[in-house]
Design a protein around this ligand. Structure first.
Ligand SMILES: Cc1cc2nc3c(=O)[nH]c(=O)nc-3n(C[C@H](O)[C@H](O)[C@H](O)COP(=O)(O)OP(=O)(O)OC[C@H]3O[C@@H](n4cnc5c(N)ncnc54)[C@H](O)[C@@H]3O)c2cc1C
Length: 431
């Protein structure tokens, strides 16, 4: 019997638990450990930030759903990973031993890298449901006293989609309330150009997103490094393509939502030889740590090199479907290991994303993530807004039902040529 422990029950961890339970024999024990007892659907947090969703709409208690499938659950933060002895220490000094460890711990939000930023400083965030609720509280103050707004993503950020989403959603909401004319908006981003998205652009994302911002009267500053934030003022160094400062801005604001850079969470970052200097888990092609061969990792917590060097540092996003492909590979690999074989499965890491714009939306597919690509597709339309709402309901339902890849998802994505796992050499020869 093997004990498979999954740390983190988010977008990666929940499907990991269900897939592992489905694939591995009942003689193997599966335990999920999460810092809190609640699952939150992170992609809906921008909606919480404008009051279009409440916490109850996008969260649910984890325990009953996992236990129904025979998966053990512990709601406590892991404080230390003793990788040499295959042991986890939890917040109350409880310890848990494992045979295989799957890390899906997501990001630590690095607001500390920009003085005055973040919910403890002067900007709000939509990265967690708690942050998004606080963002909504402050948004209501903006509604009462309209003023300047800054939305964007700071240096080192890798997740740009939600910044664009929040800017467009806010614009839509303010227009509906007929006060958009009293709220000048600026988008501030470390990306070298609008629509770069940490991916070197996807299809015509540059032209389309610039056009979208222009038509919504949102000004922008790219190649931006936020040096500090004070109450009501943001200090920004704008760079040229050589990385030299060409202009220093002090922008006034009444309300600002800035996404931070990410690092790995402390318990993971502190394991000697497991991570890169930013605390992201180094994994090989089969999602396994080269140093600790029984530790696998997926999602935001893994190290992925930037798609390209940019004048102000940016990272590559780790999007939901990409994360699910990593999970499927990991589960098959542990299955192989349990049968005494070498792990061979590799996730496709295909980036597929639906970004909401309040009254419209943008969808992109980047296969593979690093250009040149076989599929490089970016489309805009009201249908994306509807698709994103449908996807929210679908994913929440899927996470309660405990099926990681329902049959229709398999067929729709297959029809689009999107697969979770890379074909093995033998299969490629025959295709
Ligand atoms: C606001 C926002 C919107 C996004 N929208 C989209 C989108 O629309 N589409 C898309 O494809 N991608 C989107 N992403 C990117 C990505 O899909 C999400 O960030 C996704 O949630 C990442 O999944 P994950 O499993 O790596 O981490 P998470 O979902 O963040 O889960 C990490 C889990 O680990 C737990 N944890 C952390 N540390 C510990 C510890 N020490 N002990 C125990 N548990 C711990 C946390 O409590 C959490 O439950 C978005 C990201 C953000 C921030």
């Amino acid at each position: 019997m093997a004990h498979i422990v999954i740390v983190g029950a988010g977008t990666g961890g929940m499907p990991a638990a269900y897939e592992a339970r489905e694939a591995l024999g009942k003689e193997h024990k599966i335990t999920v450990i999460n810092a809190t007892d609640t699952f939150q659907f992170v992609p809906s947090n921008p909606w919480v930030g404008v009051g279009w969703r409440k916490r109850k709409d996008i969260t649910f208690p984890i325990r009953p759903y996992l236990e129904k499938k025979g998966i053990h659950f512990i709601a406590k933060p892991v404080t230390r990973i003793d990788a040499a002895n295959n042991r986890l220490e939890l917040a109350d000094s409880q310890s848990v031993d494992y045979d295989y460890l799957i890390l899906t711990t997501g990001p630590k939000l690095a607001f500390d890298e920009v003085p005055g930023s973040g919910p403890e400083g002067h900007t709000v965030s939509v990265c967690t449901v708690e942050h998004a609720e606080r963002a909504y509280e402050q948004y209501q103050r903006l509604l009462a006293n309209p003023g300047k707004v800054i939305i964007g993503a700071m240096q080192g950020a890798s997740c740009f989609g939600p910044a664009y989403e929040y800017a467009m959603i806010l614009d839509t909401d303010l227009r509906k309330r007929r006060i958009r004319d009293r709220v000048p908006m600026t988008f501030v981003t470390s990306e070298p150009y609008i629509g770069h998205l940490g991916l070197g652009g996807v299809g015509d994302s540059k032209g389309m997103m610039e056009s979208e911002l222009r038509s919504r009267h949102i000004k922008w500053i790219t190649n931006a490094k936020v040096t500090k934030v004070e109450a009501g003022n943001m200090y920004i160094d704008e760079h040229n393509d050589n990385g030299e400062v060409i202009k220093q801005h002090v922008l006034e604001f009444t309300y600002s939502m800035m996404l931070p850079a990410f690092r790995g969470v402390d318990a993971v970052a502190q394991v000697e030889g497991l991570c890169n200097p930013r605390g992201f888990v180094i994994v090989d092609e089969v999602q396994r740590s080269p140093k600790y061969r029984n530790i696998y990792a997926a999602g935001v917590c893994i190290a992925i090199p930037p798609v390209e060097q940019t004048p102000v540092p940016t990272g590559a996003p780790k999007t939901g479907y990409m994360i699910e492909t990593m999970i499927t590979a990991i589960v098959h690999n542990i299955e192989e290991e349990l049968l005494g074989q070498q792990p061979t499965h590799k996730g496709t890491w295909n980036a597929i994303c639906l970004a909401d714009m309040g009254d419209s939306g943008a969808a992109f597919v980047a296969l593979p993530q690093i250009p040149p690509r076989n599929v490089n597709w970016f489309k805009k339309g009201y249908w994306v807004h509807l698709a994103k709402i449908a996807f929210e309901k679908y994913f929440l339902r899927k996470m309660k039902k405990g099926t990681s890849e329902p049959i229709y998802e398999k067929y729709v994505l297959k029809a689009l040529g999107i697969k979770r796992l890379k074909a093995k050499e033998k299969e490629l020869e025959h295709s």
